[in-house]
Design a protein around this ligand. Structure first.
Ligand code: CS2
Length: 466
C-alpha cells in the first residue's frame, strides 16, 4: 500500500520533529531561490533556533523564481520536509517545519513583492546560484528585491537585511552593488535609502547537498512510514560564517560563526572546497567517473587533488586556520552515501572558475609561484566545456570566441605550436579570465595539459602528474 503523505497530522514516530508551535509561526525571512541547498542549510539552523525557544516571528517564506515544483510538493505537506544527513555511519532523519509557505514568482509576482514589503519581514536571503547575479531583468532576484524595497519604503516600513548565501566572494557586496545599481535606474531616492539603511552581510556557507533522487525518496519513505515528496539529502558537516551586520535583528542561530569579516572564510572555502570540487568534476567527467566518491577512489585523482590543495591553494590562504581542513575535506568528498554527481558540480563553470581557480592562479602568478595543477583544472574545464551541450550560460559565447580566435572548431590541435596558440586564445576569453588574458605563465602551464588531454587522455594525464 502507498504510504500516506507526510503532513502535520501524520508525523512519523521516533523522528525529531518541530518542537515549537508551528501554527503560530510568522514570516520573518523571505528566501529567494528555495532549492535543496537552503532547505539543508539556513532552514536547519533556523529550525534549531525555533526549537531552542526563539521568536516565532522568524518563520521562512520560500520563493521559487521559476518552477512551481517545490511549492507543489511542500503545500500538501503543510511545508514539512525531511532532512536526511548521510555518511558511512548511517543516515539521520529529521522533520523540518520552519518553511511556512512557498510562493512561485512567475505565477504571482505581486505576492512576492508584497511579502518582501510586509512589516514582519526583516531578512531577505538568497540562493540563486552564481549566474543569478548576472540578471536584473524583471523576474530576477534583484528586480524583486528592488520592487519590494520600493513598496516597503512607500508604506513606511523599516529597512531589511539582504543576505546572499551563494558561493561568490564578497557575496554581500556583489548583491549590494546589483541592487543599488538597479534601484538607481528607477528611483535614485530608493537607492540612497537602501544604501543608508539596509545591510548586505557577506557570508560563507558550506554543506554538500546533492540533488535529491527518486532512490532517496523511496528510502526515506520506507524509513519514515510516510511519503515525503521533497526531502533534502546532505552531509553531516555544516559551516556558516556570516557578517554580523543585520539591519533589523536576526535569530540566534546556534553554531553559526558571526564574524566581522567573512572574507578569509569565503576564500578558504571557495578555493579549497569548491576549487577541489570543480577540479574533481571536470577531470572525472573526462575520465568517466560519475560521482565524487567514485573519483576519490581513483589514486591518481585523489593524489592530484591533495597536492593541488596542499602545494598550490593553501599557500595563498593567509589568516585562516588550515589545520586538518584538507584531510577533513578529502574525507567529506569520499563520503559514499552522498553519490554527488560530478555533472551537477560541472555546470555553469564559466561562473565558477574565476573565484574557485583563477583567483588562486592570479595570487600565485603575482608571487612568481608555479600553477601546474591549477592549470590542469583549467584545461579539464575547457575539455568539458568544449563538448556540445555543456550546461553553461556562456557556452555559446565561449564557442564563438574559440572559433573566431583559433579559426578551428577542433577543441585542441595536437601540434605543439598550435596548442600554445590555442591556450593563448582560450585565456583571451575575458568574461572568465579577466586580467589573466594571455598571461604568459598561464598559457605556458596550460598548453601541455591541453595537449596531453588530447593525445593521452585524462587518466594518463593525471598519472603523469608528478
Ligand atoms: C559545488 C557546491 O555544485 C557545486 O558547484 O561545488 O554546491 C558545493 O557542494 C557546496 O558549495 C559545498 O558547500
Amino acid at each position: 500500500m502507498e504510504p500516506v503523505r507526510l503532513n502535520p497530522g501524520t508525523l512519523p514516530n521516533g523522528v525529531r520533529e518541530p518542537r515549537y508551535e508551528r501554527a503560530a509561526l510568522q514570516t520573518g525571512i523571505v528566501h529567494l531561490g528555495i532549492g535543496a541547498f537552503m532547505r539543508a542549510h539556513l532552514a536547519v539552523v533556523n529550525e534549531d533556533a525555533l526549537d531552542a525557544g526563539g521568536s516565532l516571528g522568524w518563520g521562512i517564506t520560500g520563493v521559487s523564481l521559476r518552477a512551481p515544483d517545490t511549492r507543489d510538493a511542500l503545500a500538501p505537506q503543510g511545508g514539512l520536509y525531511t532532512l536526511a544527513l548521510r555518511d558511512t555511519t548511517g543516515e539521520s532523519l529529521r522533520i523540518i517545519g520552519c518553511v511556512r509557505d512557498c510562493l512561485v514568482a512567475p505565477e504571482d509576482p505581486a505576492a512576492v513583492v508584497r511579502r518582501i514589503a510586509a512589516p514582519g519581514t526583516r531578512i531577505v536571503s538568497l540562493t540563486v546560484t552564481e549566474k543569478g547575479y548576472l540578471d536584473d531583468a524583471p523576474g530576477s532576484a534583484a528586480a524583486f528585491i528592488v520592487a519590494g524595497l520600493a513598496q516597503r519604503r512607500a508604506e513606511g516600513h523599516g529597512p531589511l537585511t539582504l543576505m546572499s548565501l551563494d558561493n561568490l566572494p564578497s557575496n554581500g557586496a556583489v548583491l549590494r552593488q546589483r541592487v543599488l545599481a538597479l534601484a538607481e535606474r528607477s528611483d535614485p531616492d530608493l537607492a540612497r535609502w537602501t544604501a543608508a539603511r539596509c545591510t548586505f552581510p557577506s557570508s560563507m556557507v558550506d554543506r554538500i547537498v546533492p540533488r535529491t533522487t527518486d532512490a532517496d525518496r523511496e528510502r526515506i519513505a520506507a524509513a519514515l512510514g510516510v511519503r515525503d515528496a521533497w526531502p533534502v539529502v546532505g552531509e553531516p558537516f555544516f559551516d556558516w560564517a556570516v557578517e554580523d551586520h543585520f539591519a533589523d535583528g536576526r535569530p540566534d542561530w546556534p553554531g553559526v560563526r558571526f564574524v566581522a569579516d567573512a572574507g578569509p572564510f569565503e576564500r578558504r572555502k571557495l578555493r579549497m572546497v569548491n576549487g577541489a570540487h570543480s577540479t574533481i568534476a571536470y577531470l572525472s567527467l573526462a575520465a568517466g567517473w560519475a560521482t565524487v566518491d567514485e573519483a576519490m577512489r581513483q589514486p591518481a585523482l585523489r593524489r592530484n587533488v591533495d597536492a593541488l590543495l596542499r602545494d598550490e591553494v593553501e599557500p595563498t590562504l593567509a589568516g585562516v586556520e588550515l589545520d586538518g581542513y584538507r584531510a577533513r575535506l578529502l574525507e567529506r568528498f569520499a563520503n559514499p552515501a552522498l553519490a554527488h554527481r560530478c555533472a551537477q558540480i560541472a555546470m555553469d563553470g564559466s561562473q565558477k572558475m574565476p573565484q574557485r581557480i583563477l583567483d588562486t592562479v592570479r595570487d600565485r602568478l603575482r608571487a612568481g609561484q608555479a600553477i601546474d595543477r591549477l592549470a590542469l583544472t583549467v584545461a579539464a574545464w575547457w575539455w568539458h566545456q568544449r563538448a556540445p551541450g555543456a550546461d553553461d550560460p556562456l557556452a555559446a559565447g565561449l564557442h564563438a570566441h574559440w572559433l573566431r580566435s583559433t579559426g578551428s572548431a577542433d577543441p585542441v590541435d595536437r601540434a605543439h605550436a598550435q596548442t600554445l596558440a590555442q591556450a593563448q586564445a582560450l585565456t583571451q576569453f575575458q568574461p572568465v579570465f579577466g586580467d589573466l588574458a594571455g598571461a604568459p605563465a598561464l598559457v605556458a602551464a596550460l598548453a601541455p595539459h591541453l595537449r596531453s588531454l588530447a593525445e593521452r587522455g585524462p587518466l594518463a594525464t593525471l598519472e603523469s602528474m608528478p
